[in-house]
Design a protein around this ligand. Structure first.
Ligand SMILES: [Zn+2]
Length: 487
């Protein structure tokens, strides 16, 4: 061979081996870890991959299984440590596929609808394959409201909307007290519960802010949200819907959509602040702003909270929901002003109460464009209970006594508002109207009443009540007028 030929030959050899190396680099991937979160309506399984890879996902029956095939991938983690409880998965098997590649088989104990997508690296995670196992017919909320309550709410919302459309837009400066519902003998007052949607921020693969001692925002806010929900449920005339009740992620739009599905009267999202310096501390309350943030901090915070969806993973139906929301937004434009005023009014009450148990970071309700507050028909607040980046406040946020104090303060604030402005069909409205009866010593029996409840409400022993009205047994009838004796 001539020198020139040898040079060409060597060149070809080198080129070939480079190509081979490049090919290996592109193809071989490994599963570095697997993470699982169980929600009431779905489970999410995330594969952390060393590089992007092709996945094929399909179901098998008898027994029910989900197969996840990954091209040219090897397993570098032990799936037996995954927390399978509360998920549809009973066990995870892995093996090498005929012709190479990794096969992961999930054994299932129920019907699922699989969905999968890949995510490219971001601040927190690298390449990911996300497999969602959705449970058909399940609600993301543990105790959805009962269908009759939902119907009552729908009627009420419609009549409110009609009222709002009669008003001149922009003229509502303060919340308008709801007109008393006319109680007819033929039709009982619905006396429905006021529904409070309690949203714990972040969750699942999105930890939120992390304190200097490692406290995760998603954990402390869930604790506070659960305490708040328990207080709401323990109060007559109120019912809580926990938007997130576990360690899993929900899209920001999904959270308000859930509140709307559950016919919530009010939506509150609970968060903990973080800042680059350890000094800032105290609670803040935010309402939505359509025009822009009231302060630079508010804007910065809104940006970082809105970023959540990028970490938590994207919802496939997001764009569709978005359009729906825009349409709804236009339709509900007239109620928006009233809703925002309600938010600010409730926010003021909540802030005042929070000021009794914690320092306030800002002494008035701030406004910013938080995604999670963009619910035109439900008054909504985002509460930053404190700064998790402040070591002292981080410690307090983990303290159950402080958590209870915060949730009590939040509830006192919103209860104060709803006592003043109860929705027309609510128990609170009914109570208000009945207490205001001019003839305080007479009471007309409503459907659902019992003698003992009437006695308690008027502070009279049951026996005296029966004597004064010549009642022998426990039988009373709707529409009957009782004389209430002075006790
Ligand atoms: Zn947050």
């Amino acid at each position: 061979m001539e020198m020139k030929d040898i040079a060409v030959h060597v060149y070809r050899l080198l080129a070939a081996s480079f190509l081979a190396l490049a090919a290996i680099d592109v193809q071989a991937s490994s599963v570095e870890s697997m993470r699982l979160w169980a929600a009431p309506d779905h489970a999410r399984l995330v594969f952390d991959l060393s590089s992007a890879t092709n996945a094929n996902v399909f179901s098998l029956e008898n027994p029910a299984r989900l197969v996840i095939d990954l091209d040219d991938t090897q397993m570098d983690t032990d799936p037996s440590t995954l927390p399978l409880h509360d998920s549809a998965i009973t066990s995870v098997r892995t093996g090498i596929r005929d012709g190479g590649g990794l096969r992961v088989v999930l054994e299932l104990n129920r019907d699922i609808e699989p969905r999968h997508f890949t995510l490219t690296p971001n601040d927190q995670y690298g390449h990911r394959l996300v497999v969602d196992l959705e449970y058909p017919g399940e609600s993301a909320v543990e105790n959805p409201i009962d269908p009759i309550e939902a119907m009552i709410r729908d009627q009420e919302i419609q009549s409110q909307r009609a009222t709002a459309q009669q008003q001149v837009p922009g003229s509502v400066a303060t919340p308008v007290p709801s007109p008393p519902v006319e109680v007819q003998e033929a039709r009982a007052h619905p006396r429905r519960d006021i529904i409070i949607a309690v949203d714990a921020g972040h969750g699942g693969e999105d930890p939120g802010a992390i304190g200097p001692a490692g406290t995760r925002e998603k954990d402390v806010v869930l604790e506070i949200a659960r305490r708040l929900a328990a207080q709401v449920n323990g109060t007559e005339g109120f019912k809580a819907v926990l938007v997130r009740d576990g360690d899993y992620y929900l899209g920001l739009r999904q959270r308000t959509a859930l509140a709307r599905d559950q016919k919530a009267d009010f939506f509150v999202s609970i968060h903990a602040d973080a800042f680059t310096s350890p000094r800032p501390q105290g609670s803040s309350v935010y309402a939505l702003s359509q025009r822009g943030a009231t302060s630079e901090t508010a804007q910065w915070l809104a940006d970082s909270e809105n970023r959540s969806d990028l970490i938590g993973g994207v919802d496939g139906s997001l764009s569709l929901r978005d359009k729906d929301q825009v349409l709804r937004g236009v339709l509900l434009d007239l109620t928006m002003t009233a809703t925002l005023n309600d938010s600010l009014s409730i926010g003021g009450q909540v802030l005042e109460q929070l000021g009794r148990v914690n320092r306030l970071h800002k002494s008035r309700v701030e406004q910013a464009g938080f995604m999670v507050l963009k619910s035109p028909d439900i008054p909504s607040l985002l509460i930053e209970v404190g700064f998790i980046s402040n070591p002292d406040e981080e410690r307090r946020l983990r303290d159950p006594v402080h958590q209870s104090g915060l949730s009590q303060a939040i509830f006192s604030g919103l209860r104060e508002h709803f006592q003043r402005y109860p929705p027309p069909a609510s128990l609170l409205a009914w109570q208000r109207d009945n207490q205001r009866r001019p003839s305080g010593n007479e009471y007309r029996i409503q459907s659902g009443d019992t003698l003992s409840a009437i006695a308690v409400r008027h502070g009279v022993p049951v026996n005296q009540l029966k004597q004064a009205n010549d009642i022998n047994g426990d039988v009373i009838r709707v529409g009957q007028v009782l004389q209430i004796p002075r006790s």
